[in-house]
Structure formats: structure tokens, C-alpha cells
Write a protein that binds this ligand. Structure first.
Ligand SMILES: NC(=O)N[C@@H](CC(=O)O)C(=O)O
Ligand SMILES: [Zn+2]
Ligand SMILES: [Zn+2]
Length: 443
């Protein structure tokens, strides 16, 4: 049942605007009906925002929900709750489940499971490029699209054969699906490679993953995509070389987009305290130079937006030796506060730029009619408390995955309420406490 909801005294910031404006938001029938001062409506359910920031619902185009097949790591129920708690109203889930999402029926099943078990967050399935993501036979992309897949990806592995990739791009272009690429050339990997092939690997005598194993695929795919006209999107871009290649392709007007994760923006190999699997993810944390190139690329638009690559694993998975433990860390419940605290408050990005790169831009690049907070739009929005500082405690995550290197970090900018299509899907108790001055971000 859709109700009328009135959010009082918010500060509204949409990535496309520069400054937040103080206003109330009236939501009716799942849409933003009015944004303005001193709104009132008989009988509306009301929330006092106390000057807190209201932004378009965050959008994460790269997460792993693990269901079906790996329910001990995450389920659609727990993963969508983690998304809602992190302020995300739309997430796109990768197909590396068991079985791999590689048929129209499996795409439909994810959507049905989300209808039944999800907490209300919009889940957009990404289907596989090749059957079982084994790189050999293309999937039925027309059928996948018809079933509701929004893109194709073999995330978890790179498509090794350039011929296969070229065929995939031709087909994807024909049916109108973006190709979302996990860029990794296996010929450049050594067995057990688990961290970036750099100073940390050397110090701990660990087999390394070279930066070129990513960038060689980025370069290859940009060349392959050129005359197919496909929308080619690069997952979790991590190296300076890859950023340079994307910048060059964009300067020629090619339809290439890229995402970067919070952890690659905030950490590099020098921040890894020891051979701890909590710092093991693919691609690995690279050099400080790579990290700086990612921040630069995000600022100048070479990198289009931020995606968490939320990759939950069990505690026993992550207790293994770093060579054996699986790659991946969770991200949904810490992304916004970490980036606000460590990129906005430090002056690297403006708040509006961060919001834009986590809402409007991912939506725009994938043609989703979301990510903008204005009258007449779908009421997907998130309320953020910019003032209160809290420590990251994985035990309080809604996600089953507690695998984060950010445990114990202090951050500000916590989501306190998340609305999808006008329904409150997550609300923190205590949100009503009002201390306007404290809640306002100073510009
Ligand atoms: N990023 C990771 O380290 N792991 C992902 C796979 C992937 O995104 O490539 C996973 O599924 O666990
Ligand atoms: Zn990947
Ligand atoms: Zn991934």
C-alpha cells in the first residue's frame, strides 16, 4: 500500500546541482510530488529530517548477492538489507552464482526471488556473457534481455579469447546490452597470485598480480569494441595504465565507461598491514601511483562512477592462508561514509561530485530512469547524517559477509533512512533526534 509521506526540513542535494537546498519533500504514490518550503498535508505520515541531507537513492552497478548457490555467504534477503542500510535503492547483481545466471529462466528467477525475499531495493540482474562464464559459448543475449537482464558480464574471470570477446560485443550491440568486463589476462598470472605485484608482494614473498594483467584486457577490448558500437563497461578499474587507455578512448568519443570501487580509491598496497585475507580482493590494492590515478580519473570524468563490488565471504573462507582465501570484500554498508569522510572531508571531491558518482551517473550510463531527486520522479531517496562520527563495526552489518579491511575505521556520513518508490525500506531508530546545526555540512 502506497501512503503519503512528508519529509520535513531536509537539505536536498542532487548531484547535478551544486548546493543543497533546505526544503520539505512530499511523496505520494511512489513519486516525489513536491519539493518546497513549509509543505503540509492532512493525514500524511511525517518524518523530521532535522536538516539532514536528502539525496537521490544510491545506485550500485556491481554487487554479488550469492544466491542461488552460496547462501552461506549472502542471500537476496540479507544482501538487499545491506544495500538499504548503506543507502542504496538500486543494485545490479553479478551472475557468478551457482548456477551461473546464463539463461533467461535464471534471470527471471532472481527477479522473482527479489520480489519474494528482497527488502524492497531494486535488483537488476546482470547475466553471463558465456555459458557458465567459462568463455567458450555465448549466451542467448536476446532472451536474457527479454527476461530482464540489464547487461552481460563474466565477472569473476576475464574473457580470455579475443575472438570470443569480439563475438560477444557484436551480439550484445545487436540486442542492445552493455558488455561489462572483468579485465584479467590469465596468461600473465602465476599460480597462487593473491596481491598486487609490487612492494608488498616482494616484502612478503607472495606471488603477485601484475597491473598489466588488467590493462592489457582494457586495451584489447577498447580496440575490439571500436567498430561494434557496443557499450563497453570496465569493472573495478584499478591501474594507472587502464585509466590512461580509457581516457584516450573517451577523447576519441568511444562508448566506453568505467567504475571504481571505494577500496581502490582509499587504499593501496602500502596500507596492507600484513598477509591478511581481509585485504585480498580482485583486482588487488595496487600502488600509490595507481590509487592517485584512480582519484584523478574519477575527478575528471574518465572513470564514470563508483561501484562497491560487494563480495561477501564467510569467516572461515577468510581465515585461510592469503594464498588460498577467496578474493573479495564487502562494501555496501560502508561505501558512502568512507568516501564522504576520506574524499569529501579531505577536499578531493565535493559532496555533490560524490553524490553524482553514486546516483545520477551510474543511472545515466546504464539508461536507468533513476538517480535524480526532483518533482515528478520516482521517490528513491536516501537521508544521510553528515555529522555523527561512528566506528565501522562489521558485527552490526546486515550483510552475512563481515569481510572488510575497514573494521574499526571512524567515519561520518551515515545513511539513516532509505526509500524505494516512496516506501521506507530502512530506517535507523533515533533518526528523529534533531540538532540542525550539527547535521549540516558546511561548504
Ligand atoms: N572482486 C572480488 O575480489 N571477488 C568477486 C569476483 C569479482 O568481482 O571479480 C567475488 O565474486 O567474490
Ligand atoms: Zn571482477
Ligand atoms: Zn565483482
Amino acid at each position: 500500500m502506497k501512503t503519503t509521506l512528508l519529509l520535513k526540513n531536509g537539505r536536498i542535494l542532487d548531484g547535478s546541482r551544486g548546493e543543497p537546498i533546505p526544503a520539505d519533500i512530499l511523496i505520494r504514490d511512489g513519486k516525489v510530488e513536491r519539493i518546497g518550503r513549509d509543505l503540509s498535508t492532512e493525514g500524511a505520515e511525517t518524518r523530521e529530517l532535522g536538516g539532514r541531507l536528502a539525496i537521490p537513492g544510491l545506485i550500485d552497478m556491481h554487487i554479488h548477492l550469492r544466491e542461488p548457490g552460496f547462501e552461506e555467504k549472502e542471500t537476496i534477503a540479507t544482501g538487499t538489507r545491506a544495500a538499504a542500510r548503506g543507502g542504496f535503492t538500486t543494485v545490479a547483481c553479478m551472475p557468478n552464482t551457482c548456477p551461473v545466471t546464463d539463461t533467461p529462466g535464471k534471470v527471471r528467477r532472481i527477479r522473482e526471488m527479489n520480489e519474494r525475499e528482497g527488502c524492497g531495493v531494486q535488483v537488476l540482474p546482470i547475466a553471463a556473457i558465456t555459458r557458465s562464464s567459462s568463455g567458450k559459448v555465448l549466451t542467448d543475449m536476446a532472451g536474457l534481455k527479454e527476461a530482464g537482464a540489464i547487461a552481460v558480464s563474466d565477472d569473476g574471470v576475464g574473457v580470455q579469447s579475443p575472438r570470443m570477446m569480439k563475438e560477444a560485443m557484436r551480439l550484445a550491440s545487436e540486442v542492445g546490452l552493455p558488455v561489462v568486463a572483468h579485465c584479467e589476462e590469465e596468461d600473465l598470472l602465476v599460480p597462487g597470485a593473491c596481491v598486487h605485484d609490487g612492494v608488498f608482494a616482494k616484502k612478503h614473498s607472495l606471488p603477485g598480480i601484475p597491473a598489466e594483467s588488467e590493462s592489457i584486457h582494457v586495451g584489447r577490448d577498447i580496440l575490439l569494441a571500436e567498430d561494434t558500437g557496443v557499450h563497453y563497461h570496465i569493472c573495478h578499474i584499478s591501474s594507472e595504465g587502464s585509466v590512461r587507455l580509457v581516457r584516450e578512448a573517451k577523447s576519441r568519443g568511444q562508448r566506453v565507461t568505467a567504475e571504481v570501487t571505494p577500496h581502490h580509491l582509499l587504499l593501496c598496497e602500502e596500507d596492507i598491514p600484513g598477509p591478511d585475507p581481509m585485504y585480498k580482493m580482485n583486482p588487488p590494492l595496487r600502488s600509490i601511483k595507481d590509487r592517485q590515478a584512480l582519484i584523478e580519473g574519477l575527478k575528471d570524468g574518465t572513470i564514470d562512477f563508483i561501484a562497491t563490488d560487494h563480495a561477501p565471504h564467510t569467516a572461515s573462507d577468510k581465515r585461510k592462508d592469503i594464498r588460498e582465501a577467496p578474493f573479495g570484500i564487502v562494501g555496501l554498508e560502508t561505501a558512502f561514509p568512507l568516501l564522504y569522510t576520506h574524499l569529501v572531508l579531505t577536499g578531493e571531491l565535493t559532496l555533490a561530485q560524490l553524490v553524482d558518482r553514486m546516483s545520477r551517473l551510474p543511472a545515466a550510463r546504464f539508461g536507468l530512469s533513476r538517480g535524480i531527486l526532483e518533482e515528478g520522479r520516482v521517490a528513491d531517496l536516501t537521508v544521510i547524517d553528515l555529522a555523527e562520527e561512528r566506528e565501522i563495526d562489521p558485527n552490526r552489518f546486515e550483510s552475512k559477509g563481515k569481510n572488510t579491511p575497514f573494521a574499526g575505521w571512524k567515519a561520518k556520513g551515515w545513511p539513516v533512512m532509505t526509500l524505494v518508490e516512496g516506501n521506507i525500506v530502512w530506517e535507523e531508530s533515533g533518526v528523529r533526534a534533531v540538532d540542525r546545526k550539527k547535521a549540516w555540512h558546511t561548504f
